[in-house]
Design a protein around this ligand. Structure first.
Ligand SMILES: O=P(O)(O)OC[C@H]1O[C@H](OP(=O)(O)OP(=O)(O)O)[C@H](O)[C@@H]1O
Ligand SMILES: Nc1ncnc2[nH]cnc12
Length: 198
């Protein structure tokens, strides 16, 4: 058996490293803690590659984009937008992998310049996310990245911000989809890619 064949499927690897924490941050919520998955080098690399893969039009583009010789490469998206805070860990790595830039969706009160805002309801509370008004160019193709898709409130608000700025959401990629909470349906018709559905 080759080394590649010996690798466990990515969803099984993530499931084996993630830790379920009952009643966090409030009673009734089972918190899926992905920090051990992020801390595992091979798992982190495979997650980053997996988040980009469904929209990485030319698999060679990433390698080309990493060079400094100016050769063009089209990864299939122009920028990665990542959601504070856990989404930042992934979005920056996906952007580096694909050879594009990264733009933050931040929680309220963190961005210093002209910004737009969207409010949403979480599985545990409410929040507001913001983007700088000049953080995207009209028509830019966006890969939206976060760690967890639960109710979809955070990502729906993020999609609204991206679209208000004229960005085109090419796809939404997450590590974990908590299917019972209906986030995928809430984000329709946008394509949602997930590495582990539970
Ligand atoms: O689909 P939803 O119901 O909107 O939930 C998913 C969101 O919740 C978590 O973020 P959280 O707001 O806890 O912030 P953090 O990343 O700063 O911990 C997670 O990282 C997602 O962004
Ligand atoms: N159950 C959960 N576990 C981890 N992150 C979350 N974000 C929203 N719901 C979550």
């Amino acid at each position: 058996m080759s080394t590649a064949e010996a690798l466990p499927p990515l969803d099984e690897l993530i499931a084996s490293l993630a830790v379920d924490v009952p009643d966090f941050p409030e009673p009734g919520v089972v918190f899926r803690d992905l920090t051990p998955v992020f801390a595992d080098g091979p798992a982190f690399r495979r997650m980053v590659e997996g988040l980009a893969a469904p929209v990485l039009v030319d698999p060679r583009a990433a390698a080309v984009a990493h060079t400094d010789d100016g050769r063009p490469g089209d990864p299939g998206f122009d920028v990665v937008v990542g959601v504070e805070a856990r989404g930042f860990l992934l979005a920056a790595a996906v952007a580096l992998h694909a050879g594009v830039g990264v733009v933050p969706v931040r929680k309220a009160g963190k961005l210093p310049r002209e910004r737009i805002a969207a409010e949403y309801v979480l599985e545990y509370g409410t929040a507001t996310v913001e983007m700088h008004t000049d953080s995207l160019r009209r028509g830019q193709r966006v890969l939206l990245v976060d760690d967890v898709l639960a109710t979809g409130g955070t990502l729906a608000a993020s999609v609204a911000l991206v679209e208000e700025l004229g960005g085109v959401v090419t796809a939404v990629s997450v590590v974990v989809e908590l299917a019972a909470l209906g986030g995928r349906e809430r984000l329709a018709p946008h394509a949602v890619h997930t590495l582990w559905t539970t």
